[in-house]
Each structure stands twice: as structure tokens, then as C-alpha cells.
Design a protein around this ligand. Structure first.
Ligand code: ADP
Ligand code: MG
Length: 327
């Protein structure tokens, strides 16, 4: 499986932030309500993700590190086709093939915890007893220690850390019900407590997007014929230094989409006569059968069944919300 490991690793593990994304998604999949992320040296030295999710039993630990879907790649016998597959079920195997990884987990039932570790492509996993409350800790050390070429492509510690931070923020804006904690080199970066009501959500967004965003933002929540748009749009009084503050979620998944960008900007210009890219955090909820957000696991694309209808709904909802507060 050596070849497959390397190919898949190239897909998933591009940089520390891609590791964090996979680990956090696993924690959320496991139903965690609290996720703690600890980073050293921009992630190259250490990334540790600890959750209070369902955990893994002793027998499942080595399995989680092994690549069960490898045969798929060999059967295809076509490396070009690989890019379209998405390497689901292979993130941990891919990460461990380019790092020193330990997986410690407690599934809660028997109250005992176990640890499996893997190092480099050979994935020598060994099981030993450990101490850990219900949940899972994944520790990734020395990323790319065995692939110096890829290591060379990494940017500065600060840049890699910013990308990790972006991944966490993006997830934290979609999962208000989860407590996210981030530390870098022993220093607290974020502690975002779970938020349930609007006030708590706004407090979280103020932490993530900055208090100025929240102070200048209009809240909206509009529902019509099975579509719901809610969230916050900043008025032109919000002058931001960051270029990128456009967050759009479709059924909880962060996406980037021309249709969405266009509808928002058009409504904004129409009401406020303002040409600048507006800043927003918006959530569109609609029947999952009418949208495909899985076009590619790493690109954030989306396909609506009825583009026109979605565009109209976004435009009209924003138009209405902005017209109400027009200065
Ligand atoms: P995938 O998530 O696509 O199944 P991964 O390689 O990311 O593939 O994870 C492999 C398996 O390991 C998961 O299916 C899950 O059973 C288990 N796993 C990984 N991380 C966790 C976690 N934090 N909590 C519980 N189980 C986990
Ligand atoms: Mg996964």
C-alpha cells in the first residue's frame, strides 16, 4: 500500500491546517461538545486535538489508522481518476504516513483507554494501555519529517498558524454548539464557549470576526417556502482591514460560490449604493435533496438544483433586511 499512501497523503495533507481540518471533522463526527487544539511551532512540531466524543474501542484503534479503502485506487489503475475520488476513510492513515502519530481513546464503556501509534509510511501500529477520559486525543508530531520536499513548501510559523486559525474559525462559525479551545506555543488563542441563543452567538462572532464587525452588523432571519437565510451582514460603516470576511454556509458547510457572492453583492449595492465587497456571516438552510455540497471534499463548491430560485431568495431576503436599516 506504499504507493497509495503517498498519493493520498499528497491529496489530504498539504500543510498543518489540512491536518487540523481532518482531525476536527473527526472529533465533530464523533459527537464531541468540546474540542481542544494545541499547536507548537505552527503545527510542524506538534498538533494535538483532544475531544470528548464517543471515542474508539481497543479493537477499532489500529483499524482507524489503517487504510481500508486502498484497493479502490489499485482497481482504478488510473492516477488521474484519483483526484476526483476524495480520500474518505483515509485521513488518519495519510497523516500518519507523513508524521509521528499517536491515537489515544476511551470509548467509555469499560472505562479503559488505549493508545496506538504509527510513524511514517510503514505504519507500525502498537497498542498499549493509556489514561484518558471518554473521548479521543490525536497527537501529530514532526509533520513531513520523512518528506523533506514537502516540508520545504511550508511557510513561516505565523502563516501556517493563521491558516490553522482560519480552519478553526470556519468550523466554530458553523458549530455554535461546540466549545473550541486553541493554544499556540502554550499561549491561549481562543476559548469559544458553546453558544445557543442569539446573544451568545453574537459574542462568539465578535471573538472570531472582531467586535467592530458585530457592532456594525445587521441580523436577519428570513424563511420562505422551505428556504431559510439567517446571519449577519456588516453595514458600510464597518471598515475592515481584513480582505476576506465573507462567510457563507449551506446546510452547515462552508462554501464559496459565485452565485451566492453575486446575489449578496447585488442586494447590497441596490440598497446601500455601495460597491465594496460586503462583510458577512450567513447561513442558508434548504432541503438537502436540492443541493449538492459534496462536489469535492477539499474545494468548497456547491451545486443548487434551482440556481435562479436560490439567487432570488438570497437577493430578496438581503434586500429586505438591509432596506429596514438603511441609514
Ligand atoms: P473517516 O473520518 O473518513 O472515516 P479518518 O481516517 O479520518 O476517516 O478516520 C478513520 C476512523 O477513525 C473514523 O471513521 C472513526 O471511526 C475513527 N476516528 C477518527 N478520529 C476519531 C475521533 N476523534 N473520535 C472517534 N473516532 C475517531
Ligand atoms: Mg475523517
Amino acid at each position: 500500500p506504499r504507493l497509495a499512501n503517498q498519493i493520498a497523503a499528497g491529496e489530504v495533507v498539504e500543510r498543518p491546517a489540512s491536518v487540523i481540518k481532518e482531525l476536527l471533522e473527526n472529533s465533530l463526527d464523533a459527537g464531541a461538545s468540546r474540542v481542544e487544539v494545541e499547536i507548537e511551532a505552527g503545527g510542524v512540531k506538534l498538533m494535538r486535538v483532544r475531544d470528548n466524543g464517543s471515542g474508539l474501542g481497543k479493537d477499532d484503534l489500529p483499524l482507524a489508522l489503517s487504510r481500508h479503502a486502498t484497493s479502490k485506487i489499485y482497481e482504478l489503475d488510473d492516477l488521474e481518476a484519483v483526484g476526483t475520488l476524495g480520500f474518505r476513510g483515509e485521513a488518519l492513515a495519510s497523516i500518519s504516513s507523513v508524521s509521528r502519530l499517536t491515537l489515544t481513546s476511551n470509548a467509555g464503556d469499560a472505562g479503559d483507554a488505549w493508545q496506538a501509534s504509527a510513524e511514517g509510511r510503514d505504519m507500525v501500529a502498537e497498542l498499549k494501555p493509556a489514561a484518558h477520559p471518554r473521548g479521543t486525543t490525536v497527537e501529530v508530531r514532526d509533520l513531513f519529517f520523512n518528506t523533506p520536499a514537502r516540508r520545504k513548501f511550508l511557510r513561516t510559523e505565523k502563516t501556517e498558524m493563521n491558516r490553522i486559525d482560519d480552519v478553526i474559525k470556519r468550523l466554530a462559525m458553523s458549530r455554535f454548539d461546540v466549545n473550541f479551545v486553541l493554544r499556540h506555543n502554550g499561549k491561549a488563542i481562543h476559548n469559544l464557549p458553546a453558544a445557543s441563543n442569539q446573544h451568545e452567538k453574537e459574542r462568539r462572532l465578535a471573538q472570531i470576526c472582531g467586535p467592530a464587525f458585530m457592532e456594525n452588523a445587521v441580523h436577519l432571519d428570513i424563511e420562505r417556502s422551505g428556504l431559510r437565510l439567517w446571519g449577519w451582514v456588516a453595514l458600510p460603516s464597518f471598515s475592515r482591514s481584513q480582505a476576506d470576511m465573507q462567510h457563507f454556509y449551506v446546510n452547515g458547510r462552508a462554501i464559496r460560490d459565485k452565485l451566492v457572492t453575486h446575489a449578496v453583492r447585488q442586494a447590497y449595492q441596490d440598497v446601500l449604493y455601495h460597491g465594496r465587497h460586503p462583510a458577512y456571516v450567513l447561513y442558508l438552510e434548504l432541503d438537502p435533496a436540492t443541493v449538492d455540497v459534496n462536489v469535492h471534499p477539499t474545494k468548497h463548491e456547491v451545486r443548487f438544483r434551482d440556481n435562479r430560485m436560490v439567487h432570488d431568495f438570497l437577493f430578496r431576503s438581503l434586500h429586505r433586511a438591509l432596506a429596514e436599516v438603511r441609514p
